[in-house]
Design a binder for this molecule. Structure first.
Ligand code: SAM
Length: 267
């Protein structure tokens, strides 16, 4: 690995198979001038090809040693490198129509995906490689065993496509699991309007906390059975049977019933 010792704490499994590098970059299809940001460029398996097609890109890398190597390899006008944690990074500094690309560190995949969802309006698309099971959860349909909190929190913001599987042998060191590449495209006009994002997130988290519970029980700290019925939701149903749009309707209905009427707020 060109003298670099892979760091487990940063989820370092480097792509080392030219066939999959090409397939991923082909799936992204970067064009000159595209606003590409790569998360975790590592040893630059994807980076060089992304720069060759887009002209210049930005990247966020947490590992100081890898960041130093990247600065040596690529001119600053080809790679705008941010030595930072992608979980804390201020994505608004990168501008709009962002095209996110990343063979993501598996240990931070869920929080990173939630961050991308929070910035969906700023994105054109995202292509991410993750553990195969995580991609299955992201793309699941209601009532499927993989359908859960991650599914709902992402599908409310993105159309998600599972593109292809990448075997463990394509990486150095080889991980214990298979990977898959997913494409996320923000919903834009079709996106359901959430009135209170924090309340929506609480409702979704509570509904899936214990999958076997009915919504009446799972959401008892947030609302009554009557409030569920008022939103058109069966209190005897389980969270896994609700479509993404049902969660939005429920959270919006609770928001309306919890908010004081206009002009009659406290104080
Ligand atoms: N893109 C390279 C490839 O395909 O071979 C490396 C992929 S490796 C799975 C993940 C990369 O993300 C590593 O370079 C690692 O140092 C970096 N990384 C891990 N945690 C990060 C974080 N919180 N923010 C930014 N980069 C991170």
């Amino acid at each position: 690995m060109k003298g670099h010792r892979a760091r487990k704490r940063f989820g370092q499994n480097f792509l080392a198979d030219a066939h999959y590098v090409r397939r991923i970059v082909d799936a992204v299809d970067p064009r000159p001038g595209d606003n590409v940001v790569e998360i975790g460029p590592g040893l630059a398996a994807l980076t060089g090809e992304l720069i060759a097609r887009a002209g210049r890109i930005a990247a966020i890398e947490i590992d100081r040693d890898l960041a130093a190597r990247l600065r040596e390899t690529f001119a600053a006008d080809a790679l705008a490198l941010h030595e930072a944690d992608a979980l804390d990074f201020d994505y608004t500094t990168l501008g709009n129509h962002l095209r996110v690309v990343g063979n993501l560190p598996y240990n931070i995949s869920s929080p990173l995906l939630f961050r991308l969802a929070a910035h969906a309006s700023q994105l054109r698309d995202a292509h991410v490689m993750l553990q195969r099971e995580v991609v299955a959860r992201m793309a699941a349909a209601p009532a499927a065993p993989d359908y859960g909190r991650l599914t709902v929190m992402l599908q409310v913001a993105f159309r998600i496509e599972r593109l292809f599987v990448v075997p463990a042998g394509a990486f150095r060191p080889a991980p214990k699991v298979e990977s898959a590449v997913a494409r996320l495209v923000p919903l834009r006009e079709g996106a359901p309007a959430i009135r209170d994002a924090a309340l929506f997130a609480r409702v979704v988290a509570a509904a899936f906390m214990q999958r076997r519970k009915t919504l009446r029980n799972a959401l008892s700290a947030l609302c009554t059975a009557a409030a569920l019925e008022a939103a058109g939701i069966d209190p005897g149903a389980r969270g896994e049977t609700l479509a993404v749009a049902d969660f939005v309707r429920l959270a919006n209905s609770l928001h309306t019933s919890l908010s004081p009427p206009a002009g009659r707020g406290l104080g």
